[in-house]
Design a binder for this molecule. Structure first.
Ligand code: HEM
Length: 407
């Protein structure tokens, strides 16, 4: 009898920007294998690119905790049990719901994230980036890029879009951190979710009497017209606030690190006058870094045949973004950072009906952020050895807690 290997996403200090060796080993065994989780369950592990898209594109999978998706940590299991008991119904919103409920809610906010709407936010985002860089350059050296630039930029942008006061950023950033940390206890995570829920509910209450020109006020109109309940609106606010800053912040941080580690690629991007290069550079950095690591979870609702195997109805599935993005069948020489390659088929934003709602916004923010940093600070350099950087091995989203830089 073959033993099923344990689920292990630890990235070694020697190559912190590459997928975990254990995940690569699974990928070498085949695109669809089994893995053992902390609770003894043995879901399917999908590591190939084509198979990743086949699973997430299938209408036969569910993302709902009510249907038994795999749970990657005890804290997550407890949170899902709470949801199943209706203690915290819906958790963090439609990201964990199936159609038609998911589509009903998602449809209410898609128009805020169209390319046209996002492009209209570019000048303001550029100003935010320039102001943050001015402040960093006026301060002491070395500086922490996370605190000075990578975290405030997307936090400011999403606060403005939603109509959340940026002055509350310490509160919403610290609660988001607890939700996203794998080592948070169930109590800590539940409390953080409740804190954010109550906070958003309070803002919605204010906008009921005093609406503004923002996304939350748009949701309030739907509450007034009976299309949406107030708790649903609060939950959607939590999801967008939470998903809208932590992810992009980690991409800005790790993308800057990856460029500093690849000076030829950095120089190419900084000195190019081809406007298309920044577009392909952002796609390649998203592919190469895969900050959404560790696996998206699904459960089969019907038998699904993939890569010559049958995933039976009821079986859990963990779909691994970081190995799909380094699959040589999809991306030749996948471990090389090549800003000129066509990386658009990467799966860092997921795939299928739950594919990231905020991706046009994230792309625009990253394009602005990298170019502003490289062009305004051409001498930008790391102020620590890579081994000293505190990486977020404990998070659902990979990143770094700090990135000391100088110039
Ligand atoms: C680089 C930045 C980002 C990355 C890598 C990222 C990644 C992802 C991934 C992988 C998913 C799919 C999860 C699944 O299938 O289970 C997702 C969904 C989502 N993301 Fe993002 N995201 C980013 C930025 C944003 C931003 C700026 C927002 C702004 C609101 C956002 C909002 C959402 C929402 C609302 C969903 C749920 C979509 C659904 O379930 O239909 N994300 N994101």
């Amino acid at each position: 009898m073959t033993t099923i290997p344990d689920y292990d996403i630890a990235r070694p200090a020697t190559c912190p920007l590459d997928p975990a060796p254990a995940m690569r080993a699974r990928q070498e065994e085949g695109p669809l294998t089994r893995v053992r989780l902390w609770d003894g369950s043995t879901p399917w592990l999908v590591t190939g690119h084509a198979e990743h898209r086949a699973v997430l594109g299938s209408s036969k999978v569910s993302v709902s905790p009510f249907n038994g998706i795999p749970r990657l940590s005890p804290a997550e299991a407890a949170a899902m049990e709470g949801m199943a008991k209706q203690e915290n119904a819906g958790g963090i919103g439609f990201i964990m719901m199936d159609d038609p409920e998911h589509a009903r809610l998602r449809r209410m906010v898609t128009s805020a994230f169209t390319i046209k709407r996002v492009e209209a936010m570019r000048p303001e985002t550029q100003k935010v980036a320039d102001d943050l860089i001015d402040a960093m350059l006026a301060g002491p050296k070395p500086a922490d890029l996370v605190e000075a630039f990578a975290l405030p930029l997307p936090s400011l942008v999403i606060s403005n879009l939603l109509g959340v006061p940026y002055d509350d950023h310490d509160f919403f950033q610290s609660n988001s951190k607890v939700i996203i940390n794998r080592t948070s206890t169930p109590e800590q995570r539940g409390q953080a979710q409740r804190n954010l829920g109550q906070y958003l509910d309070g803002l919605i209450g204010e906008k009921l009497t005093n609406p503004g020109d923002d996304l939350l006020s748009g949701l309030v109109e739907r509450v007034n017209s009976g299309e949406l309940t107030r708790p649903e609106a609060a939950q959607m606010g939590v999801l967008m606030l939470f998903a809208g800053h932590e992810t992009t912040a980690n991409m800005i941080t790790l993308g800057t690190l990856a460029l500093l580690q690849n000076p030829d690629q950095l120089a190419l991007l900084r000195d190019s006058d081809d406007p298309k290069l920044i577009t392909s550079a952002v796609e390649e950095l998203l592919r190469y870094l895969t900050i959404t690591h560790g696996g998206l979870r699904r459960v089969a609702m019907e038998d699904i045949e993939i890569a010559g195997q049958v995933i039976k109805a009821g079986e859990g599935i963990v779909v691994v973004n970081e190995t799909a993005n380094r699959d040589p069948a999809a991306f030749p020489d996948p471990d090389r950072l090549d800003l000129t390659r066509d990386a658009r088929r990467h799966v860092t934003f997921g795939f299928g009906v739950h594919q990231c709602l905020g991706q046009p916004l994230a792309r625009m923010e990253l394009q602005v952020a990298y170019l502003a940093l490289l062009r305004r600070i051409p001498t930008l350099a790391l102020a620590a050895d890579v081994e000293q950087i505190p990486f977020k091995h404990d998070g659902f989203v990979y990143g770094a807690y700090e990135l000391p830089v100088t110039w």
